[in-house]
Every structure is written in C-alpha cells, then in structure tokens.
Write a protein that binds this ligand. Structure first.
Ligand code: LMR
Length: 330
C-alpha cells in the first residue's frame, strides 16, 4: 500500500521535474528567408539572432536559414502556418492570398523613394497592414527595407517599347503580372531561387529586382543590361505565426519585440548603402551595362505602367492609395 503511494509520488515528481526541465529549454525560433546573408534582409536576420541570443541567454535560440535552404517561395507561408518555421520576411509582393490591401506595395511608381515608403509604413495605414492577416494566424512584426527595383534584360531597356515581347520573371504577384503586360511583355511567375538559372537558360529574358539581390545572386553574369529605373519597391514584412508568438512567455515576447524594433532601425539605416555598394560592384564587374534613364524616358515608363493602379484600386482601396501618395509629398 505504502509502496504504491510512494511509486505514485515518485511518478508525479518525475513529471514535475520533466516539466521544469522542459520549461527551462530554450525556445527555438527558425527564421527562414530566400536571399543571401549579405543583403539587407540577410543582415537583419543575422543581427536578430545575435541580439536575441545575447539578451535572452538560455531562453531563446534562433536558427537562420538563408538562400531558400529550409523553405523557399511557395512553401514558406504554409510552413509558417504549420509551425515548421516561426519567422519569415517575404517581400511585400508575396501576400496577395492573405491580404489584398498589401498589394499596394507592388503598384509601379507609387513611392518616389525609400523615404516615402518609410513614411507610409510608419503611419497609421502602414501599421494597420501589419495586423491585416491576424485572422489567418499571421502577425506582422516589422517592415524591413530592401530598396527600389531596377529592370534587367538581355537587351537595353530605355523606353517601354524596348520591353515588348520579352519574357520577364516576376514574383508571385498579380500586380506585377499586369505591370509587365502593360508594356506588352510576357510575365512569368518564378521563385527567387530559380531566377539565375531561368535567365541563364533563356526561360526568361529579363527581370526586376534590387541591386543587392542582383549582385548577391550574380544576375549581372547572365544579364548584359540593367536599367536604373527605380520603378517600384522591394521591401519586406517580418512575420510570425500569431499563435506561436502569443504563446511565448510574456517577458520573452516583449524582449523579442524590443529587439525587433532595434534591428529594424539598423536594417533600414543600412539598406540603401548596401544597395549602392552592390550597384558599384556590378558596375565594376564590367559584365553589365547600367543604363540611366532621361527624365523623359522615365516618364514614359510611368505613363505606360500607371494604368495598373486602376485595375487594383477596388481590391486595395482608393483611400489607402491616396495615403501612400501623400507620403511622397510629406
Ligand atoms: C524576389 O523574389 O525577387 C524577392 O522577393 C526576393 C527577396 O526576398 O528579396
């Protein structure tokens, strides 16, 4: 009788001890992304890991998986919802299935520069978009900048008519699809990991991306021409699984949020510099001619692509578009 009681007690104790050991295990946060470490997002993920592990020793471990090494485009959102990965930072072009309003960031020639995008993102409408997917169990923690997009192709692109009939790789975005159709080119959705090969083998003839993405993926080796068009934006939303985030101990979550705010300042401070350096590296490689547009040529691209706004106005919302435009004038 006594021995049975003792056994029960020992059993209960062992559960408690196991529970304590378990509670003391660090939370592992897997952070996956598709670009290289030496890009604005790559640097941000590395800094987040460093600060989280320094300031929450024994409580948090962050594993960073760059270059689509854990999950790439197409699979990563599903993996986040299944809990197989805990943080991602997809480009803002990759959320159309989760919140139509986020498509705003793909509208061509919406923001004059990164500073305007920043003003919009830190204003009330931009902040609200971070919460737009919570009903789908996705929480936006921050916006990180990459930079303005540039065109590249196997022929010089100076005027919209130069793009006619060419096949362009686009991110999985209906807006970007329409943007290339507007200049009578043929868009083709392709994941980021496939871009280099797609260009090399001629599956596509051109693309659009930032200088840092071009340089780190060696796109200049397979594209003889790039056009400094600044015609759109590649920025990111750092996201997490809402239930996972809310399930973290309060002290851990609030420290991670403070770290995220600090990392965001640093990423956004460095993003333009990284892109300008990447542009210089590309220019110095001698493999690509970088074409500057005259103001008249740039106006022609704007004119040709602008009708895309109307097509998405009802999905995005007129007021949101107006708020974004106002950020150019602030
Ligand atoms: C792309 O697919 O071109 C970009 O979204 C990649 C990235 O994450 O910068």
């Amino acid at each position: 009788m006594l021995s049975n009681k003792l056994k029960a007690l020992a059993c209960a104790l062992s559960f408690t001890v196991a529970g304590l050991v378990h509670a003391a295990d660090p939370v592992t946060i897997k952070f996956a992304h598709v670009v290289a470490d030496n890009t604005p997002k790559g640097q941000g993920a590395v800094l987040f890991k460093k600060l989280a592990e320094e300031r929450l020793p024994g409580k948090v471990k962050v594993e960073v998986y760059p270059n689509s090494s854990l999950f790439g485009d197409g699979k990563e959102m599903e993996a986040l919802l299944l809990g197989d990965v805990h943080m991602l930072a997809p480009s803002l072009a990759k959320f159309e299935h989760y919140a139509k309003a986020i498509q705003i960031y793909d509208l061509p020639f919406l923001f004059d520069d990164l500073a305007a995008a920043d003003r919009f993102q830190s204003g009330p409408q931009g902040k609200a978009l971070l919460r737009a997917m919570e009903d789908k169990n996705i929480t936006g923690l921050a916006y990180w900048h990459n930079g303005m997009k540039q065109l590249s192709a196997n022929k010089p692109l100076r005027e919209p008519k130069d793009a006619r009939g060419l096949k362009f790789r686009v991110q999985a975005s209906a807006v970007l699809d329409e943007q290339f159709k507007a200049v009578r080119a043929n868009p083709r959705k392709m994941s980021f990991a496939e871009v280099y090969q797609g260009l090399q083998t001629g599956v596509v003839n051109g693309t659009e991306d930032t200088w840092s993405n071009y340089e780190s993926q060696k796109v200049h080796e397979v594209q003889p021409y790039m056009t400094a068009s600044d015609h759109g934006l590649i920025d990111y939303m750092v996201i997490t699984n809402t239930r996972f985030w809310k399930g973290l101990p309060d002290d851990v979550r609030s420290e991670l949020e403070a770290i995220m705010a600090e990392v965001t300042v640093e990423v956004n401070r460095q993003a333009d510099e990284l892109n300008q350096k990447a542009r210089q590296t590309i220019a110095a490689s001698g493999k690509t001619e970088i074409i500057e547009l005259t103001p008249e040529q740039r106006a022609q691209w704007r004119e040709a692509m602008k009708p895309v706004w109307k097509k998405f106005e009802s999905e995005i919302g007129v007021e949101l578009i107006e708020a974004a435009q106002a950020a150019n004038r602030s």
